[in-house]
Design a protein around this ligand. Structure first.
Ligand SMILES: Cc1cc2nc3c(=O)[nH]c(=O)nc-3n(C[C@H](O)[C@H](O)[C@H](O)COP(=O)(O)O)c2cc1C
Length: 219
């Protein structure tokens, strides 16, 4: 069994646990699997280091920008990652290009595992994001509820929300539905770096017609 903290071998009814060493990752697939284990944990635990990746995009001029986002969902077998954002944000504008890609960067200092994952990115259909929006509590709707688009200049410091936000009931925040978007990056390439004092390890992953092509590369 592969685990991020230990490596276990069973001898009949007895299981021996070895601490994490480079030998834990004997194949690129094991490193890939370890990263997905962290992603799946992060999905459920918002305090997990993989829960707040840095996501990068480029604008129409090719100028890059990066920001921290919350990883909302991920799917290992299909190889995709999802986040929420305001459809009026700069990053959403970067998705207008039909070939738009996002690059996600994850780092877990305890596991010493960096994951970079890049691929075509698009918004899910409005009926899906609308159904998700219905489940959002009022405090989670805040991020999509400013009457002016994110990044609009303000005359003075402020959160940009309507003045009567605090007194509104949930239904009075429904207008934010139109701003709420779920984007999905279907991973095409990924790069995993595992830091270890006995020797770093790095794996390159490429989506292939049937699964993934992995190769060890020089760290
Ligand atoms: C911890 C943390 C979590 C964040 N989560 C999100 C998020 O899930 N979605 C989002 O659009 N912005 C999120 N933000 C804000 C973004 O980092 C960014 O400031 C905002 O989305 C505007 O980015 P843009 O102008 O590049 O589009 C988060 C920021 C921090 C610090």
């Amino acid at each position: 069994m592969l685990d991020c903290d230990r490596f276990s071998v069973s001898y009949g009814p007895v299981t021996v646990h070895f601490p994490l060493m480079n030998t834990t990752f004997r194949t690129p697939e094991e490193l890939w699997r370890a990263c997905w284990k962290l992603l799946n944990r992060a999905r459920a635990d918002k305090k997990h280091p993989y829960a707040t990746p840095v996501v990068s995009s480029v604008d129409a001029e090719g100028l890059p920008s990066s920001r921290v986002l919350v990883l909302r969902t991920c799917e290992e077998s299909a190889g995709w990652l999802e986040g929420y954002t305001d459809r009026r944000s700069a990053k959403a504008g970067h998705l207008h290009h039909p070939e738009a890609q996002f690059s996600w960067l994850f780092w877990d200092p305890k596991k010493q595992l960096q994951l970079r994952a890049r691929g075509r990115t698009e918004f899910l259909p409005a009926e899906i994001s609308s159904a998700t929006f219905d489940q959002l509590p009022k405090h989670s709707r805040k991020a999509y509820a400013t009457p002016e688009a994110p990044g609009t200049p303000l005359a003075e410091a402020g959160d940009g929300l309507p003045d009567d936000w605090d007194s509104r009931d949930l239904s009075a925040t429904d207008y934010a539905r139109d701003n709420f978007g779920i984007f999905r990056t279907t991973i095409e390439t990924a790069d995993i770096l595992y830091l270890n004092r006995d020797g770093h390890r790095r794996v390159s992953a490429q989506r292939a017609p049937e699964g993934w092509d992995f190769r060890w590369v020089v760290p």
